[in-house]
Design a protein around this ligand. Sequence first.
Ligand code: FES
Length: 141
Amino acid sequence: MDRKDFLASIGLSAATFALINCVGCSKNSNSTSGDTSGPTGIDFVLDLTATANASLNNNGGYLSTNGVIIARSMSGTYIAVQRSCTHESYGLIYQGSANRFYCANHGATFSESGTVTNGPASRSLTTYHTQLTGTSLRIYS
Ligand code: FES
């Protein structure tokens, strides 16, 4: 009896089994997909009037979504880089007052343009374009 037959015998489909397996498996807030390169081919829009995106209305604010950190620099410019550290993919944070992205795992830092400013990371972050139209912020490759 293979897994599919077993699941059928107890009244579960493979999809139901997969769903049950995923319940409670959410990772901590610094987990990423394990990808150190960042997503490719992205193109999405954030509504800056939405409560979930309110942090982007203040200089130094940031949020993470779709594998990307979107930040508003201290000078009011929107910047977007991959969320995962290029060292071992730990989730980065933005530190506006220091004009940098920081990895708390081993201490790597990156400039706002994604360049490594402190190791052990050795590869720059993937950066993305941002375009503000009214209150809509587009982030794209
Ligand atoms: S995972 Fe970021 S510095 Fe090691």
